[in-house]
Design a binder for this molecule. Structure first.
Ligand code: OOG
Ligand code: MG
Length: 262
């Protein structure tokens, strides 16, 4: 760690206030180029602590920057991990208020719900598949707090990986007989397809993203608890949305989910 606790608390306050008041900030590594990975995750943990103290509940975890398309779009080469709280949740078909956000984008995601805990190191795709209760389609709304959506990996980790809203589709599909690598993914905005892909775009297999998360937490002596819902990461590039947009996602064999932006 390179930053002291005061600086970490101050940066967490800066980023969380930007989230809650929907205004952007310059990326924090500009003023703190010395910060390291542990500092970045410590800032994220401090944002979580602030939310829990306010009565928010953790409802899931997320993997981000797990597809080549996302890494290329954002100019980074390593996945990141974050948390989801209840205030991020939007019902399938529900409305997202654009004025509560800065510059939102949507992503198509394959979502896992676990029946068993996962603990790294050494977690692999097979262990994830064995521990998965079911998968669902999900739309994630990301909203970087950084100006023009431009950041480096440490800045985005501190910013809880741009988390802001998400919606899950209503179907819970067990994995037996499903090959998540070849599931087709089509996301439409206002009736036009804007993002098309397949599950394998996420690290060759979306379960590999969940295994990475378990190994990341294992290195910190933590696990993914049984019952956890986890977004495995955008399959395609993220797509900007504005008031009036309607976004709908269909994933082969998993059904669909949609959101309106008002
Ligand atoms: C970081 C979050 C990325 C994903 O699914 O790749 C993410 C960002 O691109 O702002 O949620
Ligand atoms: Mg995402």
């Amino acid at each position: 760690m390179k930053l002291n606790q005061n600086t970490i608390a101050g940066l967490a306050e800066l980023l969380e206030t930007a989230e809650l008041q929907a205004h952007d900030v310059v990326k924090i590594t500009d003023a703190h180029p010395e910060m390291d990975w542990d500092d970045a995750y410590a800032i994220q943990a401090e944002i979580l602590r602030r939310k829990l103290a306010r009565g928010n509940r953790v409802v899931g975890l997320k993997c981000g920057l797990t597809s080549r398309a996302k890494m290329k779009q954002m100019g980074v080469d390593t996945p990141c991990f974050g948390f989801l709280v209840d205030t991020f949740t939007v019902a399938d078909g529900g409305e997202v208020k654009i004025k509560e956000l800065i510059h939102p984008k949507v992503e198509p995601e394959i979502v896992f719900v676990l029946k068993q805990a996962l603990r790294g190191p050494g977690c692999h795709v097979g262990a994830v598949l064995a521990a998965t209760d079911f998968v669902m389609p999900g739309i994630e709304v990301i909203d970087s707090r950084y100006r023009d959506f431009k950041f480096d990996l440490k800045s985005v980790i501190a910013d809880n990986c741009s988390s802001s809203r998400y919606a899950l589709g209503g179907m819970a599909v067990p994995l037996a007989g499903l090959d998540l690598r070849t599931l087709g993914v089509v996301m439409e905005k206002n009736g036009q397809p804007v993002a098309i892909g397949a599950g394998a775009a996420v690290l060759g297999h979306p379960a590999a993203a969940i295994a990475m998360l378990a190994n990341h937490l294992g290195a910190r002596d933590q696990e993914i608890p049984a019952g956890t819902m986890i977004l495995s990461g955008g399959v395609t590039e993220a797509v900007a949305v504005a008031a009036g947009d309607h976004v709908s996602l269909r994933i082969q064999s998993l059904g669909g989910v949609s959101l309106k932006f008002i």
